[in-house]
Every structure is written in structure tokens, then in C-alpha cells.
Design a protein around this ligand. Structure first.
Ligand SMILES: Cc1cc2nc3c(=O)[nH]c(=O)nc-3n(C[C@H](O)[C@H](O)[C@H](O)COP(=O)(O)O)c2cc1C
Length: 163
């Protein structure tokens, strides 16, 4: 699949098969997160890969809209050091991970994250050092659903020269 197709075909997937994801693929996906754009190349991110079923359940229970994390084989927790652009940088890394997952034939979903009441507890569960923020949780797994989403048409959102 070429890059444009990956970008256009990525959808949030919240139901996964029980098939485990090879370690090499997980590493490659996180590597794509590591290479994201980042203000002044500060790279404030850290990625915690969770595969332990108990821990996946705890993460899921702690979130409000991420209960499906419990049934994913993997969850990547994206943390960002509290710098000026921690959220933009962490978000760029998160999107790279979603796209890399799609390119590897995996389903994923951005689960918030920053601003959520559960953020400090997730940070505690994964052992994040003081001064790190939770940007997102990203469950990964082979897709067991093919969701469609209605998107605003290009003609609605594209403005040439002026709004
Ligand atoms: C910042 C952010 C937070 C999100 N948080 C959640 C979440 O907590 N739970 C969830 O199921 N989906 C979450 N999503 C996924 C969105 O619901 C999804 O991207 C949106 O409905 C568009 O669908 P698509 O990703 O299939 O294009 C989040 C997405 C973003 C960008």
C-alpha cells in the first residue's frame, strides 16, 4: 500500500482478532513514531508498549472511552515530557503510529490522553517519571471490523488563497 493510500484508508478500529502482533512489527511501528516531526527537534516522547493482559485490562478500566483496550493484544502508551510543544509533538508521533499500524495491516485507535482525568493514573500505571504527560493510548491488533466514517468533503474544507 502506498503512503497516500495508507493516509486515506486509515480508520479507527476498536475490535481486534486474538492474533498476536510480532515484536518486529511493533518495533517498526514505534520507530515510525520516533521519527515524527517535533518542534526544534526536541523529541520529548517516550513509548511504553504494553502486552500483559492484566495491565491491558487496568489501562482499559482506567479510561472512559477506551474499554476496548482490554481486548487488544498490544497498547502503545505515548508519553511526552512537559515541554512547550509536548502535545503537538506527542500528537505527531501518535498519528505516525496510527498510519504505520495501517501500513502493517493492523487496526488501531487514538484513545485520549491529555486533558483526561485518567491521565495521572495511566502515567502511574506505566511508571512514567515525574514531569511526563500522557498524550495517547494506542491499542493495536489485527482488525476484526472495517468501520466506515463520514468525512466532510474536500470542497467544504479547502479554501484557496482566503477562507
Ligand atoms: C485527540 C483524539 C482523542 C480520541 N479519543 C478517543 C477515545 O478516547 N476513544 C475512542 O474510541 N476514540 C477516540 N478517538 C478516535 C476518534 O473517535 C476518531 O478518530 C474519529 O471518530 C474519526 O474516525 P476515524 O479515525 O475512523 O477517521 C480520538 C481521536 C483523537 C484525534
Amino acid at each position: 500500500m502506498d503512503a497516500i493510500e495508507v493516509l486515506k484508508k486509515r480508520r479507527s478500529v476498536r475490535v481486534y482478532t486474538r492474533e498476536s502482533v510480532p515484536r518486529k512489527i511493533i518495533e517498526d511501528i514505534v520507530d515510525c513514531g520516533r521519527l515524527a516531526a517535533t518542534a526544534v527537534n526536541i523529541q520529548p516522547w517516550e513509548f511504553v508498549v504494553v502486552t500483559d493482559a492484566d495491565m491491558l485490562r487496568k489501562l482499559a478500566e482506567t479510561t472512559d472511552h477506551g474499554k476496548f483496550i482490554a481486548d487488544a493484544p498490544v497498547c502503545v502508551v505515548v508519553l511526552s515530557r512537559d515541554t512547550k510543544y509536548y502535545l503537538e509533538d506527542g500528537s505527531a508521533a501518535t498519528e505516525n503510529i496510527l498510519l504505520a499500524a495501517r501500513a502493517h495491516g493492523l487496526g488501531s485507535c487514538w484513545v485520549a490522553g491529555d486533558k483526561k482525568a485518567h491521565a495521572p493514573e495511566i502515567c502511574r500505571l506505566v511508571g512514567a517519571p515525574q514531569g511526563y504527560k500522557l498524550v495517547s493510548l494506542i491499542p493495536l491488533g489485527y482488525p476484526a471490523e472495517s468501520p466506515e466514517k463520514t468525512k466532510r468533503p474536500l470542497s467544504d474544507v479547502l479554501h484557496w488563497e482566503k477562507y
